[in-house]
Design a protein around this ligand. Structure first.
Ligand SMILES: O=P(O)(O)OC[C@H]1O[C@](O)(CO)[C@@H](O)[C@@H]1O
Length: 549
């Protein structure tokens, strides 16, 4: 069975949403609240430690009904079944999409191509557990018999962003091991990291699903050369492990079979942190916390699978984003975590969301006539308030923003927490209400300004408001809640892909640049510039004329 291929714009609900949009596009959020005293209750969901408030969005009950109808009309329920039961959802690469199996209980039976994959998953988890414990407890040592102090994760894209984002987010739960991430092929990046390290106590975790990625192989080779300059060659087996689905390439690189943590082609790179790609997470915060992360994700998966769309967090938030993208024609969405721990979350979600849904051909292979993936960006609050919030408040663009905050701080400094959260609540309220001319005048009267000066200032101080926000208030930043949060975003990606009738799990768009880089690199090496456009030629000439060539 394959995914349904319904063009969303041909559905009745899409037409109805278009008409409905004309009716409510000018309604101010303030008025939605005035019209419905129970709006906050009507448009919020309480699920475990999550309180998801989507009431400050430019919707009414008809919008919600029509968006749910749209999800039903494009057969989202059928698609969810196919996704969870191991069907070939990633059709262009001929693969199932089963990262959800990685967090399912070990008692489950999940079949891909007729084979239950849970025993293999459990076996790899056991390997991660044993290895992490050995390294953390110092039972497994380096070539001079010293315990490891530093872990270096070498990978890029999903083989970097997931583990990097989670280890940063869970820094509070971290053990004594120092953790480093090398991703960019920029040599300054790898050498800057290596210079701080002691080869005797450093463990390299080379993460690459394909084990053919230029950046990762170059960085791993540089790290290995640095290592063998200082240590005997046969010590590599003690200091290098790999996570990959390409076992022959890993062994060719010189990493022995017992030091390989496998993953499978049904785990997409940007959804892989739940697999052995999360080895650095387990090393950094311990296997128990890694398991809790998985448990949280599993619980969100269950919520997604089993909850009616009207109360389903990933479905509703995905449909809201479609509402803005396809009816309000917004271009971007901001994600603002009010926790410094989550400072890598927007970057992580940029890959997850934009690499998945940045597509312009539908599942029938036809060019698309409507907008698909939005641009995702963000930074933690309150820093973001002092950087780009001006544009969200008073710029010309409509930017639906998502605020993620926690009731409890981890160090329990209530004074700081109250200040942080006061800002969190204030911003969504300010974005919604804005400030009227009357309020501005009220503020300015005490300033003793001349009537001319007052009149002059008013337009600059008015905020139109009506800026939509969604608030996700979570009790505490625990591994479990973080797992649920990330899974929620993953499921939203799926829902949006289904509605837009695109394939979310391939990424052909990143290939062209890779191919061209390979041929330009050989031109640079052979000092013969090929035939390019005049701009690229001039740039290459200037580059190749530099100092010591
Ligand atoms: O794990 P690999 O195979 O090195 O790939 C790294 C990344 O490269 C991509 O294939 C393309 O950028 C990502 O999807 C992936 O996460």
């Amino acid at each position: 069975m394959t995914l349904p291929t319904i063009n969303p714009t041909t559905t009745k609900s899409w037409e109805a949403l278009k008409t409905h949009y004309q009716k409510i596009k000018n309604t101010h959020l303030k008025d939605f609240f005035k019209q419905d005293p129970s709006r906050a209750q009507d448009f919020s969901i309480i699920w475990k430690d999550f309180y998801v408030d989507y009431s400050k969005n430019r919707i009414d009950s008809t919008t919600k009904k029509l968006l749910v109808d749209l999800a039903k009309e494009v057969k989202l329920d059928e698609a969810i079944q196919l996704y969870f039961n191991g069907s070939i959802v990633n059709e262009t690469e001929g693969r199932a999409v089963m990262h959800t199996a990685l967090r399912a209980p070990s008692t489950n039976s999940i079949k891909i191509d007729g084979k239950n994959v849970v025993p293999e998953i459990t076996e790899v988890k056991e390997k991660i557990k044993t290895f992490s414990n050995q390294i953390i407890l110092g039972d497994r040592k380096g070539y001079t018999n010293k315990p490891f102090t530093d872990i270096v994760n070498i990978g890029i894209g999903g083989s970097d962003l997931g583990p990097a984002m989670i280890t940063e987010s869970l820094a509070f739960y971290k053990n004594h091991l120092n953790i480093h991430f090398i991703s960019n092929v920029d040599g300054d990046h790898v050498h800057q990291n290596l210079k701080k390290l002691n080869p005797e106590t450093t463990l390299f975790v080379v993460v690459s699903k394909t084990f053919s990625t230029q950046e990762t192989l170059s960085n791993a080779t540089t790290a290995r050369n640095w290592f063998t300059k200082n240590a005997p060659k046969d010590a590599v087996s003690k200091h290098f492990v790999a996570v990959s689905s390409n076992i022959p390439n890993v062994t060719n690189f010189g990493i022995t079979q017992e030091n390989i943590f496998p993953l499978w082609d049904w785990v997409g790179g940007r959804f892989s942190l739940w697999s052995a790609v999360g080895l650095s997470i387990s090393l950094s915060v311990g296997f128990e916390n890694f398991e809790s992360l998985l448990q949280g994700a599993y619980e969100m998966d269950e919520h997604f699978k089993n909850t009616p769309f009207e109360e389903n967090i990933p479905v509703l938030l995905a449909m809201l984003s479609i509402w803005y993208n396809n009816f309000f024609n917004i271009e971007s969405e901001a994600i603002i975590p009010y926790s410094q721990y989550l400072h890598r979350l927007p970057a992580y979600l940029q890959q997850g969301i934009m690499e998945s849904n940045g597509k312009s051909v539908d599942r029938n292979g036809k060019p698309i006539s409507y907008q698909t993936g939005t641009i995702i960006w963000g930074e933690p609050g309150t820093n973001a308030q002092h950087a780009f919030f001006q544009l969200i408040h008073q710029g010309t663009k409509l930017i639906p923003s998502e605020f993620i905050g926690f009731k409890n701080s981890l160090f329990e400094d209530q004074e700081h927490q109250d200040k942080l959260m006061a800002n969190f609540f204030a911003q969504t309220e300010a974005l919604m209400y804005g400030k009227t001319e009357k309020e501005v005048v009220g503020d300015l009267v005490s300033k003793n300004l001349s009537p001319e000066k007052l009149k002059q200032l008013i337009p600059f101080k008015v905020f139109t408001g009506n800026k939509p926000t969604t608030t996700i208030l979570i009790d505490t930043l625990t591994p479990k809640n973080l797992g649920a949060l990330i899974s929620m975003y993953e499921q939203r990606i799926f829902v949006q892909g289904i509605v837009w009738n695109i394939f979310s799990y391939d990424q052909w768009g990143v290939e062209l640049g890779k191919q061209l880089a390979t041929s330009i690199l050989s031109e640079i090496s052979s000092k013969k510039i090929g035939s390019h456009d005049s701009s690229t030629n001039a740039l290459l000439e200037r580059y190749m004329k530099k100092s010591n060539r």
